[in-house]
Each structure stands twice: as C-alpha cells, then as structure tokens.
Design a protein. Structure first.
Length: 132
C-alpha cells in the first residue's frame, strides 16, 4: 500500500538542514531571506530572535515577515520591548505566530527583518521553514 501526503510536507525531505533551520546574525538591521523556489511556497513555522548590546534608548524596534522582498507585502509584524542596560534579551514568537505558521506565495522568497537596531547592537534571528 502506498500513500501520499495531502499537503506539501513530503517536500521537506528534500530540504537541507540549513534551509529548514535558517539563521542570521548581524549588527544593526538584521535580514534573513529564504530564497524563492519555483512552484513552492514557504511556511515559517518557528521564529525567535536575540539582541545584545546597549539599550536602544526609546527607539522603535520590530521584527517583520515579508512575502518576497522588504518592499513587498508584510505577512506578520510585532514590536519588541526595550532592552535596558547592556545585557542580552531573547524573544520567542511561538505564541504570536498563527498555529498553521506564516505561509507565503508560491514562487516568492520569504524575508524576515529585525529593524531599528543600531551599530552597537548585535542580533540573531533563528527560524524553521518548511514547504507549504
């Protein structure tokens, strides 16, 4: 007996670990881009970020997920609470993402950007993607 998946989950077997579990580290604005693939939509299942460095002194810091490039449609966005002092802070967005994840358009990249950090803050974005 053979069975086939009713969704795109079978495609996950062909994705490398670095594609499924993508990460980006940067000083200042941090951008993680999952490249577009023909006939495949990305599903962002998990997202977290960490920030280290001095506080951002009242500046607005947020993380956003785009369907394509940064100039395209925002699929999800949230503002981050301020870090005080020069300690690190971690943000786990598991409770804020939809249960089914964030799904993009087939054939489009998916871009995650952590905005509003300056040259004295370092951040890391960690994510888990799958085929949708």
């Amino acid at each position: 007996i053979m069975a086939a998946a009713n969704d795109a989950s079978w495609q996950d077997a062909f994705l490398s670990a670095s594609t499924r579990y993508a990460r980006s580290e940067a000083t200042g604005t941090n951008t993680l881009t999952q490249a577009a693939q023909a006939n495949r939509a990305w599903k962002l299942e998990k997202l977290d970020a960490s920030i280290a460095g001095p506080d951002w002194a009242g500046g607005i810091v947020y993380i956003a997920v785009y369907d394509g490039a940064v100039t395209d449609t925002i699929l999800w966005k949230t503002f981050l609470s301020q870090v005080t002092g020069s300690v690190g802070r971690s943000y786990d967005f598991a409770n804020q993402l939809p249960d089914e994840g964030i799904v993009g358009t087939p054939g489009s990249a998916m871009t995650v950007v952590l905005f509003g950090l300056g040259a004295t803050q370092t951040s890391e974005i960690n994510s888990k993607f799958s085929a949708a």
